[in-house]
Design a protein around this ligand. Structure first.
Ligand SMILES: *Cc1c(COP(=O)(O)O)cnc(C)c1O
Length: 399
């Protein structure tokens, strides 16, 4: 009798990669008095700093918190504009909204899904000029029409760095701060340089589906001494060096990373390269299995991406295939998957506030309609990859 696929061991959408070393590291924190603001936080920051080769690394309790502090450090505020991408996880746009600044979206490259440098250049010139030339880049409502363009916020989508030669030049020419959301790209490199090194500040994230995890967590990278000091103060309730526990120099937050999480992060960092290699292997298995299936487009890796630290494995179906029906057919076979990304500008609160409509960012919307993230983690087996591929072939035959 044939085995019912649903009865097999379930395949997870993602999974952390944990060993006895992580377990011991976390347990040993419980034997100390330091559950926050202790030696593990320092060790974790040192490990990331060394890996990235950055001057500063400031641990925080989520990637979103890290990005928010980059925006605060840049002094971006009410009425300011920042160029960014609608093809991302919502956090990259939300951190601007937290400061009442406006994300000004430009569309993305259809191969990589990363922000399109030609559009960034055009928009930056028009927005800097202001007046009527600026208007075509602004949403229909909800933003100051006389704002000031302050920054470019790039996202290294699915682990692939944006096109930094061009974007850094545009930022420099227009005197804009470049902030890099590298939350999906720990360990990736662009023309031999690691993601996280391109922004004046950048953030990594350590939610359980990322390349490494601290449960929840993030870290900010910067070369800038002033920004580093500001970010350290902001994550710790606005205390500045010399402040007592109840003195607060500025309006801050509790964005600190606890010691249990930091201890987990120290061990995960020591295993990062090995885990990236496993992710590479799994992506290669997927590409081998799926490469010859008509109607399925494999993820595109640019020649400029000298190392791809795979965050997710996202395929695209050709336009005549209904991606949602494929996802349903996979689910019936016990295989999870996720539409990825749903464009930010079409999220309900964005539509309500800014009046965005279908058609505003056609490339983003096309990728959003056709992309499907498949189960992916560094603990997947070849057998599991084959089961997913088989389920995709079955789904395509049915729909
Ligand atoms: C994961 C992620 C973040 C931050 O996520 P947190 O859950 O806050 O750690 C930000 N931007 C992108 C693109 C992400 O993928």
């Amino acid at each position: 009798m044939e085995e019912n696929p649903i009865d097999r061991v379930p395949i997870n959408m993602s999974s952390p990669d944990l060993t006895s070393r992580e377990r011991e590291a976390v347990a040993s924190v419980l034997d100390t008095r330091w559950l926050s603001m202790g030696p593990q936080e320092k060790s974790f920051e040192a490990a990331v700093k060394e890996y990235i080769g950055s001057r500063h690394a400031i641990a925080v309790n989520s990637g979103t918190a890290g990005l928010h502090l980059c925006i605060r450090a840049a002094g971006i505020r009410d009425g300011d504009w920042a160029l960014t991408t609608p093809f991302s996880f919502v956090a990259s746009a939300n951190v601007l909204l937290y400061e009442r600044a406006a994300p000004i979206f430009v569309d993305v490259d259809k191969k990589t899904g990363n922000i399109d440098p030609a559009l960034v250049a055009e928009a930056a010139a028009d927005l800097k000029a202001g007046g009527s030339s600026a208007q075509k880049w602004l949403p229909r409502r909800g933003v100051s029409k006389t704002g000031q363009l302050r920054a470019i916020l790039t996202v290294d989508v699915f682990g692939q760095p944006a096109d930094y030669d061009q974007i850094s030049e545009i930022a420099a020419e227009n005197e804009l701060d470049l902030i890099e959301d590298s939350c999906e790209a720990l360990g990736s490199s662009y023309k031999g340089r690691l993601a996280g090194k391109f922004g004046r500040a950048s953030a990594f994230a350590f939610y359980p589906n990322k390349q490494i995890t601290t449960g929840e967590g993030g870290i900010v990278i910067t070369e800038d001494d002033d920004w580093s000091a500001t970010i350290r103060s902001l994550r710790n309730q606005g205390r500045a060096p010399g402040d007592t526990w109840l003195t607060h120099t500025r309006l801050g937050y509790n964005y600190r990373l606890n010691e249990l999480s930091a201890a987990l992060g120290v061990v995960q960092m020591s295993r990062l390269d090995a885990m990236i290699e496993k992710r590479e292997q799994i992506a290669a298995w997927y590409s081998e299995e799926l490469g010859s299936i008509p109607g399925v487009e494999l993820p595109w890796v640019s020649a400029d991406t000298t190392r791809m630290s795979w965050f997710v494995y996202v395929v695209r179906f050709e336009p005549s295939i209904d991606r949602n029906r494929i996802a349903d057919a996979l689910k019936e076979q016990g295989i999870p998957s996720r539409p990825y990304f749903l464009p930010i500008h079409l999220q309900p609160y964005m539509v309500e506030r800014f009046g965005y409509q279908d058609g505003d960012f056609p490339v983003t919307e096309d990728l959003g309609r056709r992309g499907l993230a498949l189960p992916f983690s560094s603990v997947m087996s070849q057998d599991e990859v084959q089961r997913v591929a088989e389920a995709i072939r079955n789904a395509l035959a049915r729909v």
